[in-house]
Design a protein around this ligand. Structure first.
Ligand code: SAM
Ligand code: DTB
Ligand code: SF4
Length: 352
């Protein structure tokens, strides 16, 4: 089955209904969908690096890197390639399968493109999957990144179209959709999601999920961030979102986009182990791994390894299966292996 064989005609009513159904029913349904498409005990791990930090011209109200707010971040230049490769190697040694590089740009400049393209090909040649998030892309820029070997491009819609103008005024929702179309056309995989807890309502969460699920192809990766409230941003004092609403959002993302990796993204630093376990149960199967996101804190790698061990979760191997059939065969084999032996953990939950 190709990604395009999934539904792309979800309605707001359906999304609302899912988001408000009894919690246990929702989690059961999401976990059931999850098991049809993934090994439920595998989680993909990506490591993030900010390759260009601060002084961004955009005014995203949640973002510590916007030059419109004083969050104490200095303006840094694009990192040297050697430094990026050093960080990529460290991420790989710690077990990450994908390396995501982010820049605080509205869009990449002509002058920076050659450096960025070189970074992509060198990180890729280390055997890591590559992802970048550099702001808006024209078609020729997307094509150049694809040509250099970039696997994923991250560009978030962030929230519903209705709530969007409350959050960002310097680029439009349509600008974002245009970049996503350019990325898709270039042949790269799409990583696109949003942020919860920005003062949005249930309809905004439903609106974002429906928008993502009704794109011509589901994004291969769907990051669901919990707002990290950074002092100095206009969102520093926004009211907390009920954690169950966050879990519900993950569950509905799983149901609407059954074969996409749903990433439990920013915000894990403030989540308990139990909350994260609930997120995995709801169908999240990807995390950012390593003690820093772009500029804010993330759990220590050791703490995540320990959490995985306690939950019997294995980091997903880099996906080398190219067709849906190969993926399905690999999944079936993994499930059989798991049933046939207590492969990874003994009764004390220690590696066997
Ligand atoms: N400048 C590029 C862009 O906006 O496309 C790339 C970097 S930007 C930091 C990537 C994403 O990080 C944003 O789209 C947003 O979803 C997420 N993000 C930024 N600040 C955040 C925060 N305080 N809490 C949660 N997510 C955040
Ligand atoms: C995404 O959706 N979340 C990541 C990644 N894509 C680039 C970024 C989270 C950033 C959190 C705030 C910070 O560390 O600056
Ligand atoms: Fe700039 Fe991206 Fe932050 Fe918006 S989210 S201010 S575009 S770095």
């Amino acid at each position: 089955m190709t990604a395009n064989a999934f539904r792309h005609d979800w309605t707001m009513e359906e999304a609302r209904e899912l988001l408000t159904m009894p919690f246990n029913d929702l989690i059961f349904r999401a976990q059931s969908v999850h098991r049809e498409h993934f090994d439920p005990n595998e989680v993909q791990v990506s490591t993030l690096l900010s390759i260009k930090t601060g002084a961004c011209p955009e005014d995203c109200k949640y973002c510590p890197q916007s030059g419109h707010y004083n969050t104490g971040l200095g303006k840094e230049k694009l990192l040297a390639i050697e430094k990026v490769l050093e960080e990529a190697k460290a991420a790989k040694d710690k077990g990450a399968s994908r390396f995501c590089m982010g820049a605080a740009w509205r869009s990449p400049s002509k002058k920076d493109m050659p450096y960025v393209l070189d970074m992509v090909s060198q990180v890729k040649s280390m055997g890591l999957e590559t992802c970048m998030t550099l702001g808006m892309l024209e078609q020729d820029q997307a094509d150049q990144l694809a040509e250099a070997g970039l696997d994923y491009y991250n560009h978030n819609l962030d929230t519903s179209e209705k709530y969007y103008n409350h959050i960002i005024t310097t680029r439009t929702y349509q600008d974002r959709l245009d970049t996503l179309a350019n990325v898709r056309k270039s042949g790269m995989k799409v990583c696109c999601g949003g942020i919860m807890g920005m003062g949005e309502d249930l309809d905004d969460r439903a609106g974002l999920l429906v928008q993502l699920a009704n794109l011509p192809h589901h994004p291969e990766s769907v990051p669901v961030n919990m707002l990290v409230k950074v002092p100095g941003t206009p969102m520093e004092n926004v009211a907390d979102l009920d954690p169950f609403e966050f879990v519900r959002t993950l569950a509905v993302a799983r149901i609407l986009m059954p074969a996409s990796h749903v990433r439990l993204s920013a915000g894990r630093e403030d989540m308990s182990d139990q909350m994260q376990a609930l997120c995995f149960l709801a169908g999240a199967n990807s995390i950012f791994y390593g003690e820093k996101l772009l500029t804010t804190a993330n759990p220590e790698a050791d703490a995540d390894r320990e959490l995985f061990k306690r939950l019997g979760i294995r980091p997903e191997e880099r996906d080398t299966h190219h067709t849906e059939e190969e993926r399905a065969a690999a999944l079936a084999k993994a499930v059989t292996d798991e049933r046939n032996s207590h492969l990874f953990y003994n009764a004390d939950r220690q590696p066997a």
